[in-house]
Design a binder for this molecule. Structure first.
Ligand code: PMP
Length: 395
């Protein structure tokens, strides 16, 4: 089939999008409308944690679709209760609210913190966030984000999100005042360039927030659900936050997100938060299948092992090409380059024949890797081999 069989002119999308229409996916592979195959190391921005068209997810979707697709959001449903129980049983949180996107879950976290501040902290509302953080594309989550340029793009911003420097506890402390209600961060900044908060910083943040009676909110939309090699990335540092948001991986590709909170923090009352599709059984049934597969014996150990394998391959490339090493956790990693040709590399890798490779340059000087969590070592070898081919072609 030719590209013209899928006219794209009526889509309101950014113009830099390449003229590719995907028609099919399986595991780590995507197929376009010309039949070309791509090894997918982006996986919908870390969304498809079990790869494309995972059989367990399909089964859950099919079975649920025959039972119940959407009752009124004013009532509970079976998969939403089961998934909430599974999430609380495997985390330090007792309450779950389901949303449809990471940004919406973060909106919920911001609202919950502000409500808590109104109730227990004299109306305190400021949430300290971090430079280069990414929390979504709604107006409030853009205001919370530390992405350069976003402070003016849709000005005026929502007030109340002062920015500190990641891994610098003094910069956080300096921003605390009687209006402060919470600190919010990604355990690993994803869009900012795969920059981990150190375990020591996470501990310092927990101590500081306890000392000042502030909430600690972790945005695990990108790092959660196995991506960092543990079910949730906060668990790597041994601390317990007050609020966590999930997105992307929890739905494995379907629009599902969640807001989790400790019991005492969960102060929403009827009418405070909600939406037509929140907790939709079709999505929560898929989420249930995803989380059950992630916590199956051996799966997360496998993610860590494959993460180490990817890390070793990246370090070898770094050594061979005189680059600056790599960083990340589990299967969220970045190769740190000694030049700014990231976007060119992404393009050339996609254009390789016969198979393309989908990579991402979160910043021009690094390549980000977020393959399916069940990627094979052979597929990692293929992707790294392709990267070497592209790097050679640039020389
Ligand atoms: N938080 C983080 C850490 C993210 O990486 C993203 C998406 N890149 C979001 C929030 C927003 O999620 P969504 O696109 O589902 O709104």
């Amino acid at each position: 089939m030719k590209f013209n069989d899928y006219p794209i002119d009526s889509l309101m999308y950014i113009t830099s999008r390449p003229d590719i229409v995907f028609t099919r996916g399986e595991g780590s592979w995507l197929y376009d409308n010309n039949g070309k195959r791509y090894l997918d190391f982006i996986q919908g921005w870390a969304v498809n944690c079990l790869g494309h068209c995972n059989p367990g997810m399909i089964q859950a979707l099919e079975t649920q679709a025959r039972k119940l697709i959407n009752p009124s959001p004013a009532f509970y449903n079976e998969p939403m209760t089961r998934l909430a129980n599974l999430l609380t049983a495997n985390s330090c949180f007792q309450k779950v609210f389901f949303a449809n996107s990471g940004a919406e879950a973060n909106e919920g976290a911001i609202k919950l913190a502000r409500k808590w501040g109104r109730k227990f902290k004299n109306g305190a509302y400021e949430i300290i966030t971090f430079d280069h953080s990414f929390h979504g594309r709604t107006i409030a989550t853009m205001s919370a984000s530390g992405k350069p340029g976003w402070d003016t793009l849709y000005a005026p911003q929502v007030p109340g999100f002062p920015k500190a420097d990641l891994n610098d506890i003094a910069s956080v402390e300096a921003l605390i005042n009687d209006k402060t209600v919470a600190v919010m961060l990604e355990p690993i900044q994803g869009e900012g360039g795969v920059i981990p908060a150190t375990a020591e910083f996470m501990k310092q943040l927990r101590e500081l927030t306890r000392k000042h009676n502030l909430l600690l909110i972790v945005d695990e939309v990108q790092t959660g659900c196995g991506r960092a090699g543990s079910l949730f990335a906060y668990q790597l540092s041994g601390i317990e936050p007050d609020i966590m948001t999930l997105g992307k991986g929890i739905g494995g590709g379907v629009p599902l997100a969640a807001l989790l909170a400790r019991e005492e923090i969960a102060v929403f009352e009827a009418g405070d938060q909600g939406g037509t599709y929140n907790g939709n059984p079709l999505m929560t049934a898929v989420g249930l299948s995803v989380i059950e597969q992630l916590i199956a014996p051996g799966f997360l150990e496998g993610v860590r092992a494959r993460g180490e394998y990817l890390k070793a391959g990246l370090l070898k490339i770094s050594a061979d090409y005189g680059m600056n090493g790599e960083r990340g956790e589990g299967l969220l990693r970045a190769l740190l380059m000694n030049h700014d040709k990231g976007n060119q590399i992404v393009e050339r890798a996609r254009e390789l024949q016969p198979d393309g490779v989908l990579l991402n340059a979160a910043r021009p000087n690094l390549i980000r890797f977020m393959p399916a969590l069940n990627v094979t070592n052979a597929e990692i070898d293929l992707a790294l081999g392709a990267l070497r081919t592209v790097l050679d072609s640039l020389a």
